[in-house]
Design a protein around this ligand. Sequence first.
Ligand SMILES: Cc1ncc(COP(=O)(O)O)c(C=O)c1O
Length: 392
Amino acid sequence: MRSIYTQAVHAGEEPDPATGAFPTPIFQAAAYRFSSAEEAAQIVAGEKEGYVYTRWSNPTVAALERKIAALEGGEAALASASGMAAISSILLTLASPGDHIIASDSLYGGTYRLLSQDLPALGIEVTVVDATEPVNIERAMSERTVALFLETPGNPTLRLADIALAAEIGHRQGVPTLVDNTFATPYCQRPLALGADFVIHSATKYLGGHGDATAGLVMGSEETIERARGTIRRDFGGILNPFDAWLVLRGVRTLPLRMERHCTNALKVARFLEGHPKVVRVFYPGLPSHPQYQLAKKQMTDFGGMVAFEVAGGLGAGRQLMDSVRLCTLAANLGDVRTLITHPASMTHTQLTPEERLAQGITEGLIRLSVGIEEPEDIIEDLKRALDTIQP
Ligand SMILES: Cc1ncc(COP(=O)(O)O)c(C=O)c1O
């Protein structure tokens, strides 16, 4: 396999044959002209390569799909209008009413609601387990299980699941494992190489990287991805639009460079927070204090840009901190070049009840930091100054 630095720049893209433009153009077209009625019939029937209608597929979107498939080592990729559209597309492709899905309990709030409410309403049963203990996955398996869904590191607690072990448990029963790799990106973790069957991204985050695009992708076997492309994505209409595909393509070319910096900055920030007297707990997979540090070292090549922490004084103190930062931006997103600060209990995980949040380790005082690529000392100085303002 080529280096991820080379793949990020070159994979999936060819100069435009008509003009020679080598950054993939934005093909802002809803439909494509056929040269004859016969050609139309052949392309529509899939007997000849070609484009029909952008809800089915689009050249800019297809270039992004090829690039991310290469980065994740997947046979094929499907791009959707958002991370949630990617997750729902693949789960609805794999599961039908009467089927059963197992999911880890450390999940983005939207994913949690999809799994705990929307899919059950369609007759798909979901069991949510603490996947930090693989035995819980094994126990939840039934003859009706058709998918095992993991998010690792999980949002926002940075809990991990052992991908290789989980995939092995799944494979024993013929059940595919899906991993949401949004936090880690292929720079830090390659789930397919670890044994998973599908890997998912909210490309709104690190893949796009600049906080300006909304997109999602799922990579896996050509057979299933093509089925999803021809049915759920086409019929539910959740394809990514060409402009956002272009923005993500542009972002991905610098993904490894940005991730290098996100990772080194996050480790510095995590170490600073761990040493601060007003911080009671820090969650970062790259800190030896993380309960799954050994697993992080086993399955990740670096530890990502996401850090979570609790300040002494709980929610009140956390609010003072969030209101006092100047460089960090208070926003419900992550994976941006800017450092973003988020309060999961009131911003990203409101779909959960307070009890469900607590079961996942999301306390009222938990703060999530998406550490950006700025000068690390500037980020630390901003946090230090804001922490100093907290009144007991
Ligand atoms: C880990 C993870 N997966 C999926 C999503 C959903 O992605 P999107 O907002 O692009 O639909 C998010 C959003 O925050 C996320 O953090």
